[in-house]
Design a protein around this ligand. Sequence first.
Ligand code: UDP
Ligand code: MG
Length: 341
Amino acid sequence: MELFRHPEPVDLSVVIPVFNESANVAPLLARLGPVLERLTPSWEVVFVDDGSHDDTAAVIAAHHASEPRIGAVSFSRNFGKEIAIAAGLDHAEGRAVVIMDADLQHPPELIATFWERWREGNVMVYAQRTDRDDESAMRRGFARLFYRLFARFGEMALPEGAGDFRLIDRKGVEVLRSLPERARFSKGLYSWIGFRSVGVPYQVEERQHGSSKWSFRKLFRFAFDGITSFSTVPLRVWTYLGGAIAGIAFLTALYFVADTLLRGPDVPGYASLIVSVMFLSGVQLMSLGIIGEYIGRIFAEVKRRPLYVVAERIGPAAAGHDRPVRDDRRAGRRARYSGVA
Ligand code: UDP
Ligand code: MG
């Protein structure tokens, strides 16, 4: 972190979003520290405290007191993991930045492999889970469906089983930071930026303490966000569906006209009438809902609110050499990365 005034540039940063993880911080650092130390003495750990209600921040502060290379950015409230990752990337200084979970589901030892692959010239090294045994069949099924849908409708395919556990070279980090969107679907963004990438297989471990913060509703929302962030197909599909339904309606009308002329008027038919009215109103409401999703997204973007609000930084940040606000920095970055912005 710049706020720690490193005498030399940092080689390796580890960004860890934490939300009520106080029981996991110590076991995580106990395993992570030796791994980092073996790779380079020039490392830092950037915790992003995503508005924890427990004493996560205090636990991190205690570790900072004995190891200044450990620091934290604390949000003013819970902003969600995606935003916490964005904040971590904003504050990490390393030439290589690793993103990992705090619950020890991501084995820290894998970072040594990331490091090797990175030194071979990969900008992105992602961990790829070999099985999803820890998840329910339903969750697995939905995950598979999501990847299929994304590959079909998104701009690019996502590597299956790859999550946030990865190493990103500074080059990639700067491009990610230059992406201005507020609705952040990082899995998609990682792929969108391109660059030379490689997957490293791994086994997901059991969560150490506490429980997963993802409810099914949240996951559905997440998947929906992912697809609507990267595809306009859900918007456009209604044109075709509408056309098809109108075509069928027209043919049916022709049939009714012919039928009436040939066989005389026919009073029954309320059932088909009700069914078609209901069907069409359903389709219309759905299409309106989809349009609403995108308009909501546009609204969120045009408000131009900052991505997150920092309440506190652990480390010499209190002395006042704060980083400038995100948008100012973005203006500077735009000049540097004009090819991307
Ligand atoms: N997390 C976060 N903000 C949230 C939810 C989760 O920063 O609103 C962090 C959490 O502390 C953990 C990581 O994101 O370090 C992954 O969360 P979790 O283990 O609940 O997700 P899962 O492993 O079930 O996908
Ligand atoms: Mg977890």
